[in-house]
Design a protein. Structure first.
Length: 395
């Protein structure tokens, strides 16, 4: 039948009126809604793109599975930045044209349909549900996917979406929680779909290697390359039991390397699931351009640039959290990701959106993510924009 229809409140045109109000405010609009990077692409990435712009992989058709160099870079990144040995757990990889298409196509590529149920957090990235709808499958929203009893006895469950650190809340799962999810999913023959796109953007004690490991709640993932404490990975041997069976991990360079426009991401995990995806991608042309593959490899290896970007976001989040507190929101530094998630002062996201627009600030309405009583503020704005927003919020 092809793609099924979908419906979602996730429609940025719905905030157009608030933007008009914000633009008319003194000093103009400060947009803290869409999580689109604003910082420079690393020099190493741009150099790699330029150097390969007339290579055979540029004027000829590139490989769907990625160059040998890109595949090596992905493996090295998992080892050096996540403490994961892909070969040891039997994981295969495939590059994707950004992570959003990977999320949206996942249910369809796994052949899920009308008798299948896909579990996801009730408050989460909207494309999980949209992808389920496109496949014609059914969504089961649960308050906490780590509460495995909320879904493992539900008939028809075929997959469980995990997002840690979470967009929009910033919440993170421990290695023990992720291991329990993997074990429960295997008991019922379901696939764990772990969206780890913010894995290196961690701020609290929930990160692997950040202190919680001593209490036995997290892995001790590698931190040598970047000096960062990453979130726990579903492909860590302690989480997946030494095998990638039934586990797929998604990662993107959009936030770590400001490469959103390059559309660079990948899926890694169960070879029995990944290899058929490679064949489909060949036929439908879901292939990263050759020079961009070289740029992606450079981005994965430029640990210094990733650390610098991490520190920029840390500072911006700190400023934003303090300013939102001054404005009257009850909030703290998130454990991970790039957003501050707050409960609306009025109890309704749209009322707060209107009040914020009067001082020129645009947030994301929580209704987009399944929580109309909340709002999301993005730290993906310039230092100056964050400082200006903080000044307005503190008045």
């Amino acid at each position: 039948m092809g793609f099924h229809t979908f419906e979602s409140p996730y429609d940025w045109s719905r905030i157009a009126g608030y933007k008009r109000t914000a633009k008319a405010a003194f000093g103009g609009m400060i947009d803290l809604s869409v999580g689109s990077p604003v910082d420079p692409v690393p020099d190493s990435v741009r150099a790699a793109l330029a150097a390969t712009s007339n290579d055979p992989n540029a004027y000829g058709y590139p490989a769907t599975i990625g160059t040998a160099d890109l595949r090596a870079a992905i493996g090295d990144w998992f080892r050096d930045c996540r403490g994961v040995d892909l070969n040891a757990v039997g994981a295969a990889v495939v590059p994707t044209v950004g992570s959003k298409e990977a999320v949206a196509l996942m249910a369809s590529l796994l052949h899920f349909g009308e008798d299948d149920v896909i579990v996801q957090p009730a408050v989460s990235y909207p494309t999980y549900e949209i992808g389920t709808q496109l496949a014609g499958a059914r969504t089961l929203k649960v308050a906490d996917v780590a509460d495995v009893d909320s879904w493992r006895n539900v008939p028809g469950v075929r997959a469980i979406w995990v997002n840690s650190p979470c967009n929009p809340t910033g919440d993170m799962l421990t290695a023990a929680q992720m291991a329990a999810i993997v074990a429960a999913a295997r008991e019922i023959g379901a696939v764990v779909l772990s969206d780890e796109c913010y894995a290196l953007m961690t701020w609290g004690s929930g990160a692997a290697g950040a202190g919680a490991a001593a209490a036995g709640s997290d892995t001790t993932a590698g931190t040598v390359a970047t000096g960062l404490a990453p979130a726990s990975c579903a492909l860590d041997a302690d989480v997946c039991g030494g095998t990638a069976d039934g586990v797929l991990v998604l990662y993107s360079l959009s936030k770590q390397s400001n490469m959103a426009g390059y559309r660079t991401a990948f899926i890694a995990g169960d070879a029995a699931l990944v290899k058929p995806m490679i064949e489909y991608r060949k036929q439908i042309g879901q292939i990263i351009p050759g020079p961009v593959q070289a740029a992606m490899a450079a981005g994965l290896r430029d640990h210094a640039a990733v650390r610098a970007q991490h520190d920029r976001y840390r500072d911006r989040l700190g400023t934003l959290v303090s300013a939102l507190r001054a404005y009257g929101y009850a909030t703290n530094m998130p454990d991970g990701a790039l957003y501050v998630w707050v409960r609306a002062k009025s109890g309704d996201c749209w009322q707060d959106m209107a009040a914020l627009a009067e001082i020129g600030i645009i947030a994301s309405p929580g209704e987009f993510y399944g929580a109309p009583e909340c709002l999301r503020f993005s730290a993906t704005a310039s230092d100056q924009a964050i400082a200006d927003a903080a000044e307005r919020l503190a008045r």
